[in-house]
Design a binder for this molecule. Structure first.
Ligand SMILES: [Zn+2]
Ligand SMILES: [Zn+2]
Length: 289
């Protein structure tokens, strides 16, 4: 069997998954997620539970969370999530590893704004997580210097396009930092808050800025995540390849078992066409083809 025959039909691992240990995953269930991974034939799954430190200013109109979240709002209307229970999380990972010995189960975190939080970053290193997705979920709060505001608040302050531009600038800053993450998560995150009536995102206008982020990320030796909850524009994956990017990860960002590996086949095929494919180790990140 040639290497290409061995890898062409392979499912990539899902390297961005949440379970009940994430403060916003009320329907999360690690054991059921692992069972689903086995059912789908995934070679590996990485739990990347939210690690959000600090307080986020509320968006206009207050918080409107979907489902159950664990955290509190302080007297200034700022939200703080409950801390990650690392020891209990590790114990559940170990239990699932025994239940599903043929599934590679990694434990990790999704570290929010790691470049702003050196103490949390040091904790991440200390625990020895096997996958760390670095994500931006909040931007500088223009009304409260020194604080951050989540995306709906950012859109209210900067407009939709202004938010995307600020997000890309901060992503470049995070990629240039020594925050301990190996995958840059959902570069297109602000598009989850893009108004339906604003038309398609003008990727052409953003090309130079996006390429800058990708170039810094590539230079840092990290990988780019293709988040499949809202499939990343393929042109960005092609720019990633042109920037010298060596690897991509796939992440469904599932917060409940049924969303694991959502859109897997179609996105994996598209990313393969853009120049990245699974390697001989099916549990590893996809590499350049
Ligand atoms: Zn995220
Ligand atoms: Zn996530």
């Amino acid at each position: 069997m040639t290497d290409s025959a061995a890898t062409d039909g392979a499912w990539p691992a899902d390297d961005h998954v949440h379970s009940q240990f994430s403060w916003d995953a009320g329907a999360g269930d690690m054991e059921a997620t692992c069972a689903r991974a086995v059912q789908l034939g995934l070679p590996a799954v990485s739990f990347t539970e939210h690690l959000d430190v600090g307080a986020w200013q509320a968006p206009p109109g207050g918080w409107a969370w979907r489902g159950t979240v664990r955290g509190r709002t302080d007297e200034h209307g700022r939200f703080m999530s409950e801390p990650l229970e690392v020891q209990a999380y590790l114990e559940e990972v170990e239990r699932c590893r025994h239940l599903f010995p043929d599934l590679r189960i990694r434990w990790g975190v999704e570290l929010s704004e790691g470049h702003r939080h050196p103490a949390a970053s040091a904790e991440v290193v200390r625990w020895g997580f096997e996958r760390v997705v670095g994500s931006l979920h909040a931007l500088a709060d223009l009304d409260h210097p020194g604080e951050v505001v989540e995306m709906r608040g950012a859109v209210a302050q900067r407009g939709a396009l202004g938010t995307v531009l600020a997000y890309l600038d901060e992503a470049a800053e995070m990629a240039a930092s020594d925050a301990p993450f190996e995958l840059l998560g959902h570069l297109d995150y602000p598009l989850r808050y893009w108004p339906a009536d604003a038309g398609p995102l003008p990727w052409g206008e953003l090309e130079e800025r996006v390429r800058h982020v990708l170039s810094v990320l590539s230079g840092s030796g990290r990988a780019l995540e293709v988040n499949t909850s809202r499939p990343l524009e393929l042109v960005v994956v092609r720019w990633w390849r042109e920037a010298g990017g060596q690897a991509v990860s796939f992440g469904s960002d599932a917060h409940r078992p049924e969303d694991l590996a959502v859109r897997w086949r179609e996105v994996a095929d598209a990313v393969r066409a853009a120049g990245f494919r699974p390697t001989a180790d099916p549990t590893a990140l996809s590499g350049r083809s």
